[in-house]
Design a protein around this ligand. Structure first.
Ligand code: SAH
Ligand code: SF4
Length: 360
């Protein structure tokens, strides 16, 4: 069930320091290697030209450092969204997506191979759970796109990626340690240097995980500054139990109590994701129940028209139904965005490319 092979990206800085010290290297070596990995984005020990050859060879024989193998790529017709199916060392596969906006370049990365939650409409959930990713495997997805963007040029060399969203395959809070380690790695001011506010963690609502996250600290001693997104999809337990099975364990009252604690502790606004499904959760009554739930919470709602998946016969709502839903939110003063259905033709919904690849 656990990741099979330790790679260079699986080591934390203290672990790298300890390894190099054990090998009798001078103290500054760990920092040199770290910068090669996370600032210069090296994907071969041989690129680390200021390290002695013998050390490069020793590192190469102990710790694999390779870009993940890309098994399949799909690019949207406007060229702005690219989805890669990456192969891991044990031949499992995960999807990772790059989205380009005017000024942002966002990687949407996976935290598990598959997902144990089984939301009805989600291709990843439909395919079941295989294993957790290691911190290195999570981080490697962001490095993969950062290298790609840098190679293409036209981006600031020191900031090829501007944002990371943990919204790919899997439930991040069920792979808590590796996910947190990856967040810390990506936001390390002496490494990849992504601001915590540029990282979003999306969860289906694992209450103990939300509380744990609320109590994490940043290097400056304050709470973490990442954005928390909750995949809500329904504002009554009756409906949410059906769409998102974990709701039977952590119902809406418990979930919203955890959200209140999270906001009180971190001062951060929470995003709520709502996949709109025609005739299922797109009624004005659900919008009104949602507005009730959000009273007194600093929140933002992202409405995402359903991306159809093979094993679920739901459809995205009509334009009129979306307008009726958003009219209720507007009237109730709830901030929201209707997400562009970017890349629908490239199976950009979570887990969909992996599904296609399996069938062929
Ligand atoms: N497990 C986490 C993170 C990964 S899912 C979570 O559920 O939040 C990321 C987002 O993709 C979730 O908001 C999920 O609801 C959404 N999603 C899954 N399947 C989808 C589909 N078929 N169409 C549109 N969005 C989908
Ligand atoms: Fe898992 Fe998220 Fe898909 Fe639900 S939507 S099955 S929690 S990946």
């Amino acid at each position: 069930m656990n990741p099979v092979l330790l790679s260079a990206c699986d080591l934390s800085f203290p672990q790298l320091q300890a390894l190099l010290e054990e090998w009798g290297e001078p103290p500054f070596r760990a920092r040199q290697v770290w910068e090669w990995l996370y600032v210069h984005l090296a994907d071969d020990w041989e690129q680390m030209t200021n390290l002695p050859r013998a050390l490069r060879e020793r590192l190469a024989s102990h710790l694999p450092l390779v870009s993940p193998r890309v098994l399949a790529t799909q690019v949207s017709s406007d060229g702005l969204t690219r989805k890669d199916l990456l192969q891991l060392a044990d031949r499992e596969t995960v999807e990772t997506v790059l989205m380009r906006y005017e000024r942002r370049r966002t990687a949407c990365i996976s935290t598990q191979v598959g997902c144990p939650i089984g939301c009805l409409f989600c291709a990843t959930g439909q395919a079941g759970f295989r294993r957790n990713l290691s911190a290195g495997e999570i981080v490697a997805q962001a490095l993969h796109f950062a290298r790609l963007l840098r190679a293409e040029g036209n981006v600031p060399a020191d900031r090829p990626l501007t944002n990371v969203v943990l919204m790919g395959m899997g439930e991040p809070l069920l792979n808590y340690e590796a996910t947190l380690e990856a967040v810390r790695r990506l936001s390390d001011p002496q490494g990849f240097r992504l601001g915590q506010r540029h990282i979003t963690l999306s969860t289906v609502g694992i209450v103990p995980g939300i509380d744990r996250l609320a109590n994490e600290t940043s290097p400056n001693g304050g709470p973490l500054q990442i954005t928390l997104a909750i995949s809500l999809h329904a504002a009554t337990d009756e409906l949410r139990n059906r769409l998102v099975p974990i709701n039977r364990r952590y119902g809406l009252d418990a979930l919203f109590a955890a959200c209140q604690r999270y906001v009180a502790r971190t001062g951060r606004r929470i995003s709520f994701e709502w996949v709109l499904i025609a005739g299922v959760n797109d009624s004005p009554a659900q919008a009104s129940a949602l507005a009730d739930r959000l009273q007194g919470l600093i929140a933002h709602v992202n409405l995402i028209p359903l991306n159809p998946t093979p094993a679920y016969d739901g459809k995205p709502p009509s334009r009129q139904a979306i307008a009726a839903f958003t009219a209720v939110l507007e009237r109730r003063g709830i901030p929201f965005t209707v997400r562009l259905r970017r890349g629908i033709e490239i199976q950009a919904g979570c887990g969909q490319l992996r599904g296609v690849k399996r069938e062929t």
